[in-house]
Ligand binder design. Sequence first.
Ligand SMILES: Cc1cc2nc3c(=O)[nH]c(=O)nc-3n(C[C@H](O)[C@H](O)[C@H](O)COP(=O)(O)OP(=O)(O)OC[C@H]3O[C@@H](n4cnc5c(N)ncnc54)[C@H](O)[C@@H]3O)c2cc1C
Ligand SMILES: NC(=O)c1ccc[n+]([C@@H]2O[C@H](COP(=O)([O-])OP(=O)(O)OC[C@H]3O[C@@H](n4cnc5c(N)ncnc54)[C@H](OP(=O)(O)O)[C@@H]3O)[C@@H](O)[C@H]2O)c1
Length: 415
Amino acid sequence: MSSCLHITDYRPFDQKNPFLAPIIVNRELYKGPRSCMHIEIDIRNSKLRYEAGDHVAIYPQNDTKLVERIGQLLNANLDTVFILKNLDEDSSKKHPFPCPTTYRTALTYYLDITSTPRTHVLKEIAEYCSDEKEKELLKTMTMPTEEGKASYSEWIINNCRSIVHVLEDLPSCKPPIDHLIEFLHKLQPRYYSISSSPKFYPDSVHITAVVVEYETKTSRINKGVATSWLKEHKQVIADQPAPIVPIFIRKSQFRLPSKPQTPVIMIGPGTGLAPFRGFLQERHHMLEQQNKPLGDTILYFGCRKRSQDFLYEQELNDYLEKKVITNLYLAFSRDQEKKVYVTHLLKQNMEETWKIIGEQNGHIYICGDARTMAREVKEIFLETIEKYGNKTRKEAEDFLKRMESQKRYSADVWS
Ligand SMILES: Cc1cc2nc3c(=O)[nH]c(=O)nc-3n(C[C@H](O)[C@H](O)[C@H](O)COP(=O)(O)OP(=O)(O)OC[C@H]3O[C@@H](n4cnc5c(N)ncnc54)[C@H](O)[C@@H]3O)c2cc1C
Ligand SMILES: NC(=O)c1ccc[n+]([C@@H]2O[C@H](COP(=O)([O-])OP(=O)(O)OC[C@H]3O[C@@H](n4cnc5c(N)ncnc54)[C@H](OP(=O)(O)O)[C@@H]3O)[C@@H](O)[C@H]2O)c1
């Protein structure tokens, strides 16, 4: 007797062995100029498990046009097969990525060709400029002087130039392709906060991803690797096989309190709403199962315009009606002359916030922009604790630290 062992029966899927997952839904959430995708990924045949608050990672592919452009700029035959040995002798890996392979495959799947190159890459390729002015510019940018740093900052960072743009704008720079490949970083998976709960969707993970696309100062349109690939190549088309994406799931510490009666405050402007959609499904499930009232569930959401980027508006209104959400605070920043942000609303509601965290042992969750929003929100919580908890700044800081160590103050932020 023999039996057929399916691959999912003996290999757990993880970062090194991603699951090739079918996408079953990919729909637009925004109206207007920007795009945000609601994507549902089928995990039925994977044995993957997740909790609301976890992250899903996606391995993307680079844009074929950019890969071809590198071949063209360097006069290279992209179908050439090569082997790259790991220069780091301490590494357990003989090759930095699966080899032998072709330049096309390496540039499409394994190497980062869209980030701004570091100075050591510029130093290496400077040697291959036949034009002295171009060589000089590259060399200057690698110097640790004020002038060097300023020119790197302006020419590379402020102009968002990738390696492709550098090669385009310095036409005499022709490094051999195998040399360039040695210095490029590996293409990294992109993480997304899962926007569903397994209580409602045990067989799929949902993501809420805004498509990255912007114009640079050199008048180029830069497109985010993963989000553009998902938008342009991973649409679900009736009667056609489901598009496939390599994924794995990363556990997080971002978790709801186990008791449904514990009140929560969630602050998630923009795509920061993503994990809270999962949390709300979870609270909804608790409410239906227990038939007991939930603790206060307070959500702060903000977007640019109510008519364009109000994510999951209908779902949020339904939750409000069912009392899964008790208070919904909305900030539409561009619907009036003066900007209104979630932070402004939090400032107005300090007394309510203190009741939740100071008197009812509630939990706080923040998700989204790490650069300014999360910092400003933290500052408002400190002010709230000072003012309504009658504490000094030091005592307020200790209070918040204690909340963090008790997992009652959690942030899931990115920049
Ligand atoms: C834990 C975690 C959770 C996340 N959850 C979500 C989520 O739920 N939803 C979501 O949409 N994203 C989320 N992200 C961000 C996500 O991982 C990706 O970074 C994002 O989708 C962009 O990936 P990309 O490959 O499309 O763009 P990339 O090719 O990686 O390009 C992005 C880069 O482009 C640059 N850039 C972007 N916009 C501009 C601009 N206007 N001007 C100049 N430069 C710019 C920045 O350097 C940025 O890092 C999360 C990140 C982390 C770490
Ligand atoms: N790495 C990446 O490529 C990547 C990808 C996705 C998101 N992100 C980051 O994640 C964040 C969320 O992105 P998104 O596109 O989902 O959001 P978004 O639509 O840009 O912003 C959501 C809302 O937050 C407002 N806002 C801006 N600054 C704020 C602040 N300091 N405090 C509170 N609200 C503020 C915005 O107002 P205004 O815009 O009107 O000022 C808007 O109303 C962005 O800041 C972005 O940096 C990064």
